[in-house]
Design a protein around this ligand. Structure first.
Ligand SMILES: Cc1cc2nc3c(=O)[nH]c(=O)nc-3n(C[C@H](O)[C@H](O)[C@H](O)COP(=O)(O)OP(=O)(O)OC[C@H]3O[C@@H](n4cnc5c(N)ncnc54)[C@H](O)[C@@H]3O)c2cc1C
Length: 391
């Protein structure tokens, strides 16, 4: 078994590092980690970086050339995601590259692929995911938003919640009920929804760390052409389930975690009193370092599978579950190592490491909820991975 990257992949990693060093301002990673960067500064840099990547066909580099990609392998795409997360690169392809594009390639018509994919790969469209509702999260098949066919159009009514980045997105990947009389898993469909359609209103929701990326989205008689249906009508549940596997795969949690552990190790070396006040911290740091390396191997497996034409299934849930719970453990280790002043938020003159770990601690709560909770992931692993009966 050979876990090594090819010389070509290693060269690509070096090129990427040079690109990031050139495009990101000095000290960007630390400033972003402590939340010093304003939303406006982040958005402007995200736009520049995304366009810079798109110009080199790097934004969706694993996609076929006719859809705006570079025809590179999944492993190269993963190297991109790894380096981008380590550098805390803003922008990149987001949901569009990570799961909307792969879903369109599996279920979209040729016309949809030719229309929508190059706009993602070119950095022109950003996508939000419109699945969850106030009464449907883990039990997603219970969703009530309706898309009822009316001639050549669908008419959408209902409410979605927790839609990340909906206020900036130009397109939404919508799951809606097209057959209200069918069994709940059988009456759903998937749509490409222009977010500027008449009848859509968006209300931002502030999270507990002060972030404003989440939104409630209301639909009142929103009309979209029937060509915006992706895949087969009433087969949306199965399409959403496969699309979630793309969302749950990824190396970012481990790559960010690596940098977050390294910062704590640097702090422990610089300020010896941190270690003498917290004798257990050295063991905690050693444990996180081991877990991070295990995590990389879990995440690396998925693009290697995809490269051989195998779609990840419960493997994506393993990666998501382990990465999100590791993020929380890293935050807890940071809080313990830095002591009581480590709990102060950015902005306090007494905060340790700029308050970054108290911010991470708050942010990390969401990591085991988004894209399906840890309980949901464990159920999938038990059922699809271990073959256990439904709980
Ligand atoms: C930061 C963040 C970003 C998000 N972004 C998006 C987005 O862009 N688009 C989108 O559509 N959604 C998004 N979500 C929503 C997310 O997918 C849901 O919050 C999640 O699926 C859980 O659903 P819920 O909040 O309704 O909780 P519930 O489903 O009500 O769950 C409550 C609790 O019950 C547990 N539970 C439920 N069912 C079971 C079961 N069968 N077995 C064991 N335990 C169970 C859950 O694990 C959880 O602990 C986001 C969420 C967060 C936190």
């Amino acid at each position: 078994m050979d876990f090594a990257f090819t010389p070509e992949e290693e060269r690509f990693r070096e090129q990427l590092r040079a690109f990031l060093a050139q495009r990101l301002p000095n000290g960007w990673g630390d400033r972003d980690f402590t939340g010093e960067v304003s939303a406006e500064e982040r958005a402007a840099l995200a736009h520049q970086v995304s366009k810079g990547l798109a110009d080199q066909r790097w934004l969706a580099l694993a996609w076929p050339e006719q859809y705006g990609g570079a025809g590179a392998g999944q492993v190269q795409q993963m190297i991109m995601n790894e380096e981008a997360a380590y550098a805390r690169m803003p922008g990149g392809g987001g949901a569009g590259v990570a799961w909307v594009g792969p879903a369109l390639m599996m279920y979209g018509s040729e016309e949809q692929k030719r229309l929508l994919l190059p706009r993602i790969a070119g950095g022109d469209d950003t996508w939000t995911t419109l699945y969850s509702e106030p009464g449907a999260g883990s039990d997603l098949a219970a969703l009530q938003t309706r898309a009822i066919r009316d001639g050549d159009e669908y008419v959408i009514n209902g409410t979605k919640i927790w839609a990340s980045g909906a206020q900036e997105a130009s397109m939404g990947l919508l799951a809606a009920r097209t057959d209200p009389h069918a069994a709940k898993h059988r009456g759903l469909s998937m749509f490409a929804l222009p977010m500027d359609s008449a009848g859509i209103s968006i209300q931002p929701i502030e999270d507990m760390s002060g972030g404003k990326t989440l939104n409630e989205v209301h639909f009142e008689n929103v009309r979209i052409p029937s060509e915006n249906l992706i895949g087969q009508e009433n087969r949306g549940w199965y399409q959403v389930a496969a699309t979630l596997d793309f969302e749950r795969s990824g190396v970012a949690a481990f790559s960010r975690g690596k940098r977050d552990i390294e910062r704590l190790v640097e702090a422990a070396k610089d300020e010896r009193s941190l270690m003498s006040r917290n004798p257990n911290a050295r063991y905690e740091l050693a444990d996180r370092w081991i877990e991070m390396q295990v995590g990389f191997n879990v995440a690396y497996r998925i693009p290697f599978m995809q490269q051989q034409g195998v779609q990840p299934n419960h493997e994506a849930s393993v990666s998501k579950l382990y990465g999100s719970e590791l993020t929380q453990r890293v935050a807890q280790t940071g809080m313990q190592l830095l002591g009581p002043a480590g709990q102060l938020m950015p902005g306090s003159p007494y905060a340790r490491l700029g308050g970054a770990y108290s911010r991470l601690y708050l942010n990390s709560v969401a990591s085991t909820i988004t894209a399906g909770t840890s309980e949901v992931q464990r159920n999938i692993i038990a059922q699809r991975g271990l073959g256990l009966p439904r709980g």
